[in-house]
Design a protein around this ligand. Sequence first.
Ligand SMILES: Cc1ncc(COP(=O)(O)O)c(C=O)c1O
Length: 431
Amino acid sequence: MVKLVETATEFELSPTLEANEMVKQRRARGEQVLHMGFGESPFPVPERLKKALSESAHRKEYLPTGGLPELREVITSYYKDKIGLDTDKFDVIVAPGSKLILYSLQMAIEGDLLMPVPSWVSYKPQARMLHTEVIKVPVRLDDEGFFIDPDTLRSVIKDARSEGKKPSKIILNYPSNPTGLTMTEDNLKDVAAVCVEEDILIISDEIYGFVAFDGNYRSISKYAPSHTAITTGLSKHLSLGGWRFGIGFIPKAVDGLNALLNNIASETWSCVPAPMQQAVIEAYKGHQDIEDHIQACTDIHKLMNIYIAEGLRGHGIDAPLVQGSFYNYPNFGSFREGAAKMGITTSKELQDHLMKTYGLASLPGTAFGEDPETLTLRLSGCDYDGAAALAAYQGGETLDEAFIEKYAPRVKAQVEAFGDFVKQASQAKAA
Ligand SMILES: Cc1ncc(COP(=O)(O)O)c(C=O)c1O
């Protein structure tokens, strides 16, 4: 009999993609859904990039595994100019999505993964596919941001080593999916110091780097260039998830790492599709229209997601004020008693209740590494017509509550649904 691998039962369809499919099916049946389940930026492809892609349709040859030299050069100068990256210390590799670079980095570095909780859904399944242990690192979430206490990190590493585990890499993501929070420069500096001291490779997932609401792109690479690999791409700030284009900045200081990643790439995806490599050059040339587009999209993400945060806080829900990306990550712990009387004791039950009662799709905290009883949800603030919103903003309309009512009525309805839920939970508690 043909047998599946032992770890097969650990894997499910990625919860984000599953939530999206479910919503599409419900909408196809004509059902109303408030979609906060999937983090897909809703804005259209910039005209310049559409044109570049159509003009590249004739490219059909295999290209260099790590990427066209011209493409890697423009990427290097872009990151040098925009964020001051010390590009002499890194090699560049491109791939069909940063997810594959994250996976390849996990594959390339011997040892176990340190994973802050909460963290993005795919880090842990990727580690498990590679038979790597996942060691959780607790995180503090509040209005100051996503905070990793350096002493706690040090003791997690020490304890893991004393149990015979081999922590050797950590994945950090800021602004973060699922929390919408980012790390302060001081915290990045402190965490970098611990990682250098303990010889831990930092895999810095900076896919939301340009979707920081204060306009500051942060990168821990500044504090630990010898110990940081950066992953990023076009999926978030340019809303091009389906173009499948990712970038890795690989530290030259880690001997052989870039060569190994190129070898992995050559034995798996071979190269990023040729028309895409050619077209994407235009995304990194610093054209003003592309830069304006990125800024306008970030401004709208900021409006929507701060509106959600403030709306939730207005209903008495513990929701830190978000700082980037397009998510909120509220904690319903203070409604636990009332929720329990409604039959809700886990984040999954909370997710199911909201779907049944309000047609509201979300993702439970468990998808991000939390214990089942931690009543957190990830809420994506992308459920509106991005093309219409962007055109209105570029046409001079002001980003305010009236804008949300006009262009994002479902976002308003989502906040109202949470208001109703906490009212029900409070009444259940009092009953
Ligand atoms: C935190 C985070 N990292 C990585 C990715 C993967 O992005 P890509 O489309 O580049 O594979 C995503 C996409 O949802 C993400 O949210």
